[in-house]
Structure formats: structure tokens, C-alpha cells
Design a protein around this ligand. Structure first.
Ligand code: GAR
Length: 218
């Protein structure tokens, strides 16, 4: 099995990256090591978090490429150069093209701030997702960690956690609650399971090969 080398792809603030860094410090990443942080934007605060943690940071800027596809090809090249085993999209705001999925089949995890298949797909990212949930009037939302395939937010689901919507919520208060109660917990947990080879994908279904962890309250 061996130690897994993780690359975290980011575009912004990087609170999910921080949750992964903190989990690694507590030795809760299943032996995985965050070997690189790659940002699609120069100056993203996530890069500062990486630097503070002593993790090498790189920029593959979307604006330097004519298309998502050209950026994806550059990213794959960088990931292979760094001998990465697991790619984690943590607030990465671009849709990767087929080249990434072909290079890392069932080895890319994404965190999405809603209970997929609600409020997901093209255009559903960041604060917009919470605006959509509030506008629809759902009483429960949450977060999902899933494997990435060719379809935006369409890959096999690894973990989900529900979060209550409260009267008076704004997109901002809801985003914060979903992060605190769901994203920052299930993303490190999913990464840890992957790094211990405890995720087996069969079609759309992800089997968690750990009876204790599967039943544990997240
Ligand atoms: C998070 O809520 C993440 O789930 C979301 O953007 C935010 C990034 O925050 N990602 C998406 O919407 C992807 N479709 P962060 O930079 O503080 O982790």
C-alpha cells in the first residue's frame, strides 16, 4: 500500500485545506502526506496556509491557459512530476476535463457544499450553492465528498453529512455552518479512508471497508 502523496487543488481561502493540514498534524490522514498545494489563482490565501505549514505551493493559473482543457493538461503534468497518488479538490473552482480523470481514475476527491444530487453541477459553486438552497426553501442541506468523474459533481459519493437550515440564515451564515459542521469533518475523513485503501468503488457505489468507521458518527 505505501504512503500516499496528496496534492490539494485550491482557488481561494483554503479553509478545507486548513482542515486537512490540521488533520495531518493530528496524524488523522491515514498516513497520507500533503505533498503539494496547487492554486488556480496567484495570491490565493490558501497558498499562505500552505507556506505556514511548510508545504510546497504552486500556481497553475487559469488565466494563463486558453481553456479548462489546456489548464487540466498542465495540471496533470505537474501532478505526475510530483508523483502524486491522490488529488483533492478543496474549493477548486474550475471544471477539470477528461485528461485528469484518465490520469487519476477513482483517485480524485472533491468536496461540494450541498447534499448531491441537490444544488450541484455547472454554476453551483461557492456561495451560489447556499443561495440556491435558501431560495428553494429546503430545511436541510449539507456537504458531500465524492470521487470525480467526467460529469460535474456526478461521481460516486464517498461521505455526506446533513446540516440544518435555520430561520434567518443568509448564504454567508449557512456557508459557515456547512463548513464547520460538515465539510471540515468529512473531507479529512474521506482522505484518511482513501489513504488506508478503505474505499472500493463499484459502479456508482463506494464501499467503505471499515465497519467501525462506517458506523461512527461523523
Ligand atoms: C467550500 O464551501 C467548498 O465546498 C466549495 O467552495 C468553498 C471553498 O472554501 N466548493 C465548491 O463549491 C466546488 N463546487 P475554502 O477555500 O475555504 O475551502
Amino acid at each position: 500500500m505505501g504512503e500516499k502523496r496528496i496534492a490539494v487543488l485550491v482557488s481561494g481561502g483554503g479553509t478545507n485545506l486548513q482542515a486537512l493540514i490540521d488533520a495531518q498534524r493530528r496524524e488523522e490522514l491515514g498516513g497520507g502526506v500533503i505533498a503539494a498545494v496547487i492554486s488556480s489563482k496567484a495570491g490565493a490565501y490558501a497558498l499562505e496556509r500552505a507556506e505556514k505549514a511548510g508545504i510546497p505551493g504552486y500556481v497553475v493559473a487559469r488565466k494563463d491557459y486558453p481553456s479548462n482543457q489546456a489548464m487540466t493538461v498542465a495540471l496533470v503534468e505537474k501532478l505526475k512530476e510530483l508523483s502524486i497518488d491522490l488529488v483533492v479538490l478543496a474549493g477548486f473552482m474550475h471544471i477539470l476535463t477528461g485528461e485528469m480523470v484518465a490520469a487519476y481514475p477513482n483517485a480524485i476527491l472533491n468536496v461540494h457544499p450541498a447534499l448531491i444530487p441537490s444544488f450541484c453541477g455547472k454554476g453551483a459553486y461557492g456561495l451560489h450553492v447556499h443561495e440556491m438552497a435558501l431560495a428553494y426553501g429546503v430545511k436541510v442541506t449539507g456537504a458531500t465528498v465524492h470521487f470525480v468523474n467526467e460529469e460535474a459533481d456526478g461521481g460516486p459519493i464517498v461521505l455526506q453529512k446533513p446540516v440544518e437550515i435555520l430561520p434567518g440564515d443568509t448564504p454567508e451564515t449557512l456557508q459557515r455552518r456547512v463548513m464547520e459542521q460538515a465539510e471540515w469533518r468529512i473531507l479529512p475523513r474521506a482522505v484518511s479512508l482513501f489513504c488506508q485503501d478503505k474505499l472500493k468503488v463499484e459502479g456508482r457505489i463506494v464501499h467503505i471497508l471499515d465497519s467501525v468507521l462506517e458506523k461512527e458518527v461523523l
